[in-house]
Ligand binder design. Structure first.
Ligand SMILES: Nc1ncnc2c1ncn2[C@@H]1O[C@H](COP(=O)(O)OP(=O)(O)OP(=O)(O)O)[C@@H](O)[C@H]1O
Length: 270
């Protein structure tokens, strides 16, 4: 078995509309451009689903894996240089599934381990069981903030719950839709001042994605920003983020909870 280590990260934020899907898609593509084999799991059923942003059609989804109709590999869609696991919707959605099904999905990923280097999980808005199940199972939690009071309060509530009930203490914070790098720093300072006063968590600021009209334009064209507007400020920021992700150490020991690719962590990775 090729027992290499795999980086697993979730893009989350509590509130809808802060840019989780845009960041997940463009980060996944930017990582692929650096030579990584990337799987993007769409666990978000918000307005702009990954399949809409990438203009792909999914016949089968995770719900079919759970009911045993097919394997995770069967539902993978190869698109734009990455592999996508499309979201299921309606009564079959991840939100409607319980923790046992979520655990089944997390275990199912082990079959794909030899073919991937990075797993990016785009989580849904809110604090559902599905968000908690998946965020608990990743190595790196990216919390997306934007300069709106409800983004700050929802991100705080999410971190509080993950910390208090799920013993997750480390979070990386990304500011989205900033008007300047300075605005991103200030936003983070405001957030971390409150969070560190009340919660014993480690927050790390990883930078900002500027507000850029091309992000919306790309959605309309159903093309990823990084492909349609590679020279834009937003694309540069997504690529910078990918560079950072590539430098983060990948944990090689299990943390005792249910995790993606836990077998490799228990048995040791190269
Ligand atoms: N950096 C940016 N500059 C300009 N617009 C942006 C930026 N990031 C995201 N947007 C826009 O904000 C809107 C929300 O983005 P997106 O759908 O990625 O958020 P989300 O957090 O995934 O939302 P939901 O959870 O509801 O799916 C979209 O119209 C998107 O085009």
């Amino acid at each position: 078995m090729n027992n290499h280590s795999i980086q697993v990260l979730a893009v989350t934020g509590g509130k809808g509309g802060v840019g989780k899907t845009s960041i997940s898609v463009n980060l996944a593509l930017a990582l692929a451009q650096t030579g990584k084999r990337v799987v993007l799991m769409d666990a978000d059923l918000g307005l702009a689903n990954v399949d809409i942003l990438l203009d792909v059609k999914a016949d089968r989804t995770i719900a079919d894996v759970i009911t045993g109709k097919c394997s995770l590999r069967d539902i993978l869609i190869e698109t734009h240089g990455i592999h996508l696991i499309p979201a299921s919707s309606g009564v079959q959605s991840l939100v409607a599934m319980g923790p046992a099904e979520h655990a089944g999905i997390i275990h199912a990923f082990s079959d794909l381990a030899d073919e991937m280097d990075v797993l990016v999980v785009d989580t849904a808005a809110g604090i559902s069981d599905a968000v908690v199940s998946f965020v608990r199972a990743v190595q790196e939690v990216l919390v997306v903030l934007c300069d709106e009071p409800s983004s700050m309060t929802d991100a705080y509530a999410l971190i509080k719950l993950l910390h208090r009930d799920n013993q997750i203490n480390d979070f990386r914070v990304l500011a989205n839709m900033t008007r300047s790098a300075d605005e991103g720093h200030k936003l983070y300072r405001r957030f971390s001042t409150v969070a560190s006063r009340f919660l014993d968590v480690n927050l790390r600021y990883i930078g900002d994605i500027p507000f850029d009209e091309v992000v919306r334009k790309a959605v309309q064209r159903q093309r990823p920003v990084i492909e349609a507007y590679p020279g834009s400020r937003a694309s540069q920021a997504y690529r910078e983020l990918a560079k950072q992700v590539n430098q983060w150490p990948v944990r090689t020991v299990a943390n005792g909870q249910l995790e993606f690719f836990v077998e490799r962590l228990v048995h040791g990775v190269a």
